[in-house]
Design a binder for this molecule. Structure first.
Ligand code: HEM
Length: 144
């Protein structure tokens, strides 16, 4: 877990500003993702994007709420990552998603998205994506 107390505090402050606008944030996130990586749209061809957006918003809220409790957060992220491997998500797909999330946050928060806010979100995404990727690996590879 590479999140410091300062990161967690910064994440909570910025999420308090972003959460009331989370529907717009998540719409913008998928627009940016599909603009930059149009091939990813095919993965969501049969998906109800409104429901998907709400699930993603809930996942972000869960990460923020549990950020200081890796014993609760990490097992949930391993499970989420295992399900993602089942959806056909590859480890290299996580970079494009992280980049789109940071850009969408930057647009939504405007001036409130200072360097330290960006750093805290980047550290959080790194932690979350590493745990999800590990969760999606076969057991033998995970313990290697
Ligand atoms: C921090 C990273 C991510 C988070 C927090 C996240 C969160 C979620 C959540 C909460 C769901 C709902 C289903 C479930 O709980 O299993 C979901 C579904 C899905 N996610 Fe992600 N996700 C992440 C990264 C990615 C990446 C990198 C991709 C690949 C481009 C991706 C593609 C999908 C797909 C295809 C579904 C299934 C949609 C469906 O049910 O039709 N996700 N994601």
């Amino acid at each position: 877990m590479n999140l410091t107390e300062t990161h967690i505090e910064t994440l909570r402050e910025s999420w308090a500003l972003a959460e009331p606008k989370s529907a717009a944030l998540i719409t913008r996130f998928y627009e940016i993702l599909f603009e930059r990586a149009p091939e990813k749209a095919a993965m969501f061809a049969g998906t109800d994007m409104d429901a998907q957006g709400r699930k993603l918003g809930a996942a972000v809220a869960f990460v923020i709420a549990e950020a200081g409790r890796p014993g609760r957060l990490l097992p949930a992220l391993y499970d989420l990552g295992r399900r993602h491997a089942g959806y056909g998500v590859e480890p290299e797909d996580y970079d494009a998603v992280g980049g789109a999330l940071i850009s969408a946050l930057s647009e939504t928060l405007g001036d409130a998205f200072a360097t330290r806010t960006r750093d805290a979100w980047a550290a959080a995404y790194e932690t979350v994506s590493c745990a999800m990727i590990a969760g999606g690996m076969p057991r033998a590879e995970r313990s290697a």
